[in-house]
Design a protein around this ligand. Sequence first.
Ligand code: NA7
Length: 534
Amino acid sequence: ASIPNETVLDALIVGAGFGGVYQLKHLRDAGYKVKLVDTASDYAGVWYWNRYPGARVDSAVPLYQFSDPNLWDEWNWSQRFPGSKELRDYFTFVADKWDLRKDTEFKVFISKATWDDETATWTIESGGGNIYRAKYFLLNTGFAAKRYTPDWKGIDKFPASAWVHPSYWPKEEPDLTGKRVAVIGTGSTGVQLAQELSQVASEFVLFQRTPNMALPMKQVDYTKPLTKDKYPRVFDGRYESFGGFDFSFLPRGTFEDTPAEREMVYEGLWSQGDFQFWLATYNDMLFREDANKEAYDFWKKKVRARIQDPRLQEILAPEIQPYSFGCKRISLENGYYEIFNQPNVSLVDVNSTPIVEVTERGIKTTEKEWEFDYVVCATGFDAITGGLMNIDIQGRGGQKIAEKWKSGAKTYLGMATTGFPNMFFTYGPQAPTALCNGPTCAEAQGSFILKVMDHMKERKLQKIEAGETAEAAWGDDVRKFADMSLLPSTKSWYMGDNIPGKPRECLIYLGGVPNYYKSLKKCSEGDYTGFTFA
Ligand code: NA7
């Protein structure tokens, strides 16, 4: 007998961003009974939450969208790097075109999921008392679902209404014109906020711990629809690009060119904007220290030329390279370095003058107390694993995911984990996540899941689970690629460094999208080698 609030499904899909939306459309088209749920009250995933001034994607159009011609043929972007509002509008358009709403439930926070091995079903519970029983549990919680704020002493003293994490921007847009405003953090969010808020605040103060090696975005406004005849080829080509984009590393190393040739190559990449200076450069940049230093030196020269004050030049683009270029997430900027030439802007280097405490009036460093009307705490997320480990997931034998991953994430193909049958996750640990263009990964991983489910249906199988040997081998592969690269030499959220107590490990697969895509293909074409079935 069914109980009230209970829904029986083939698959419950969690997360209404690119990953979840793709799965709802394609699994339903294939005849599965599915439902999509999200904590938010509408589609767009990370773009539902990130509404702070200046929020925009830094993966360029046309690849930052679904590859379905029925969508891109009709949809026209207004900019090369669309803003958060336009991205939400895009999701509304997709929801209508793909008729998603009838199978979506919003304001549903999945708090718990329990596997029953007898019946081969997941029982999934929401905070609000809904119960879903599903054969498959598909998690698309994204890499930034769990926000992070350091627990500074006195953090409760500053008025709560004037202290905000940017991924939770107030619905009632605060008017910061003429106000004294602080931003803490210089990741992509901090950079975008600084560009905007420094233009309206009477006093704007940015607290920096590590300089962001930001690259010029080279935004373009599209005044008329783009010509789209090359789109099918561009979409096909993304699986041959390291980052799932329409550009790839050069087929040669940094020192195969003469210094003069190198300068020309760097200038060319720089002028194109986007992530080209990061992911379309010499193929050894992320792997060799001397090659990396060449890139840094060029970056430093370009950036220092834009900052007037030598003291600020040294904080923002230090003479001695502070960490490996491109081994923290590169951000794209639009006039970021120029704001430091404005009289209303100050930069606080929290390495030389650390934050001691938060007070009723502002932020106290070892140097002085800064007073503010508004503080934006752009200190990031428990990236990649936070969203998954936030849910009380209990697999075979009652094993909890948070327990299993306590000393580090363990996955097969970055999509499944031993002991948790019929559960898949996208944009999670040990996949190209966060180095990969989001929609590229969403489609590759989503199609893999669909193929798995079809395979199971055809063979009347009930359970699929990552095998232990395959999981161990995948982990070795992830570590092998990481160790070849310079990433472990740098503190970053890619390495789990930003969250106190989080194990230090490379959370992403650095073999690149082409190798990753090949691994998925090899697995599905080989009758899912590495998985066990029942
Ligand atoms: P990020 O990239 O994690 O940035 C967080 C920033 O906050 C970063 O500059 C941190 O410095 C800084 N931070 C964190 N804790 C502290 C403390 N305790 N004191 C001072 N500063 C601190 O998050 P974003 O939201 O900017 O971007 C997330 C992703 O969204 C981004 O990478 C893109 O993929 C889009 P740190 O560098 O760790 O020294």
